[in-house]
Design a protein around this ligand. Structure first.
Ligand code: K1U
Ligand code: ZN
Length: 167
């Protein structure tokens, strides 16, 4: 297994749109394992392939306290959304930034698991938030894009400055 590098905002590669996985094979399963290890190491509760510069529709997630309930979503599609909820979100690609985002309260999502088996899931609460946040990553969207342009510019400038200082 391997810990992969996570792209940091405002890296333009975070805006690439991920392609569907054609076949869930051993190569994809290895990537899923590496993404899970990267998420647990960060630590985070979710990770989209986009964040590790792989532009395929793959998400890993684990919201359990003991970090032993890995969920894998390949080619996820939201079938329906209902209501609204607000949650203070974070993102491994925007470390240290937390802000409130309004999203659907419940979502029904269909996807393939790591064996290529289709499943449908009805989610609410944090699971619904996380699914929407990660699917946004696959569409090239980072959660800060829900914030005001003033906040987005402040965050962008902070991370660009940090990047310059590290170079
Ligand atoms: O997509 C990501 O960058 C992962 C992100 C998922 C997420 C969190 C909160 C709301 C929406 C989506 C994170 O995991 S940020 C880190 C985090 O939330 C966390 C880290 C350690 C323990 C518990 C939570
Ligand atoms: Zn994120």
């Amino acid at each position: 297994m391997a810990i992969l590098d996570i792209l940091i905002y405002p890296d333009p590669r975070l805006h690439k749109v991920a392609a569907p996985v054609k076949e869930v094979n051993d190569e994809i399963r290895q990537l899923v394992r590496d993404m899970a290890e990267t998420m647990y190491d960060a630590p985070g509760i979710g990770l989209a392939a986009t964040q590790v510069d792989v532009h395929k529709q793959i998400i890993v997630m684990d919201l359990s306290e003991d970090k032993n309930e890995l969920r894998v979503f390949i080619n996820p599609k939201i079938l329906s959304k209902c209501g609204t909820q607000q949650y203070e979100e974070g993102c491994l690609s925007v470390p240290g930034v937390y802000d409130t985002v309004t999203r659907a309260a419940t979502v029904t999502v269909e996807a393939l698991d790591e064996h290529g088996t289709p499943f449908t899931l009805e989610a609410e609460g944090l699971l619904a938030v996380c699914i929407q946040h990660e699917i946004d990553h696959l569409l090239g969207k980072v959660f800060v894009e829900y914030l005001s342009s003033l906040k987005q510019n402040r965050i962008k400038n902070k991370f660009k400055k940090r990047q310059r200082e590290r170079a």
